[in-house]
Design a protein around this ligand. Structure first.
Ligand code: CP
Length: 327
């Protein structure tokens, strides 16, 4: 397998042409098939990637770590609280040093107005690709897996009604990077994307403008509503998920009066019943069960959350094989 995008950073899918994303998807499908057939996929033989995490992770860490092992390479997991970064070492020095030891650097840093800057600072000084494992603005690994999953269930994505819907949760003040990635990516595939949220949970203006532009250029549409029911009506795919009010309020507090006033923004059987009868329910996970969604929906016949999570492995492998591969 030729590493067609060798050395290319994977910080946001906005930096990747549609043809390049299509190639990543094609490779993901091929690697999934090979994984199921137990075929050898030694495309990263003797390669090393460093996985730096400022925050917790289940899917992202393990899909990357398992993925590189299955490709014949090795991942160093780095909890940044045990690195000299925690004593103030710079992104530049970290990137220069790690890139002299291996072949790829991946990082999760979701701190508001810090994470994306940190990744770009590393990219400026790294001689190997920087992979974004989620920052304050983007989660491209998740976006790619979401797109792969949507295409598995709906090979024709044009005019698919996809609703990204804010949901109530108290587990932590979550980044906006998952919905922001989705509103930018899905209109590029001609989907009719609706973003629904209660006032106070806005996306940045530049992201809304870019989502509209992506829709216009690719035959999709992008609509914002503050009416939850409207978003569920006739939807083919619903993605109810919490995100924090970071754009309007930079406090780290998880629960506040604004959040508590929107407890009713929950994915219930009643909401699912007003969507398309064959609607699919998606969520990047972890879900705040009982708050964002009732068990009967996430565990029910409409849910494809486990397929979506599984595809994180295959898409992560495709990104690594194509950007740091050696064959
Ligand atoms: N969806 C996602 O990124 O999951 P983790 O936080 O467990 O990595």
């Amino acid at each position: 397998m030729k590493p067609l995008f060798k050395g290319k950073h994977f910080i946001t899918l906005e930096d990747w042409k549609k043809t390049e994303i299509d190639k990543l998807l094609e490779v993901s499908v091929d690697l999934k098939k090979k994984f199921y057939n137990n075929e050898d996929t030694d495309f990263l033989h003797n390669k090393t990637a460093f996985l730096m995490f400022f925050e917790q992770s289940t899917r992202t860490r393990n899909s990357m770590e398992a993925g590189i092992a299955q490709l014949g390479g090795h991942a160093n997991f780095l909890d940044t609280s045990t690195m000299q970064i925690s004593h103030g070492e710079s992104a530049k020095d970290t990137a220069v040093i790690l890139s002299s030891y291996g072949h790829g650097i991946a990082c999760r840093n979701c701190f508001w107005e810090i994470g994306n800057q940190f990744l770009n600072d590393m990219a400026k000084h790294s001689t190997v690709p920087i992979m974004n494992l989620q920052c304050d603005l983007y989660h491209p690994m998740q976006g790619l897996a979401d797109l792969m999953t949507i295409k598995e269930f709906h090979p024709q994505t044009k005019k698919l009604k996809v609703s990204i819907i804010w949901a109530y949760a108290t587990s932590h003040k979550k980044p906006i990077s998952v919905p922001l990635t989705q509103i930018l990516l899905f209109p590029r595939y001609g989907m009719d994307v609706t973003l629904a949220y209660p006032k106070g949970y806005d996306m940045p203006d530049w992201a809304v403008e870019k989502a509209r532009k992506n829709a216009l250029e690719n035959g999709g549409s992008f609509t914002i509503t503050h009416n939850m029911e409207e978003a569920y009506q006739n939807a083919d795919i619903v993605i109810p998920k919490n995100w924090g009010s970071w754009v309007n309020n930079q406090s780290d507090a998880v629960v506040d009066d604004l959040l508590e006033s929107y407890k009713s923004w929950k994915c219930t059987e009643e909401m699912i019943s007003i969507a398309n009868p064959n609607v699919h329910y998606m969520h990047a996970l972890p879900a705040d069960r009982g708050n964002e969604v009732v068990d009967s929906v996430i565990d029910g016949k409409h849910s494809i959350v486990y397929q979506e999570a599984e595809n994180r492995l295959h898409t992560a492998k495709a990104v690594m094989a194509m950007t740091i591969g050696n064959k």
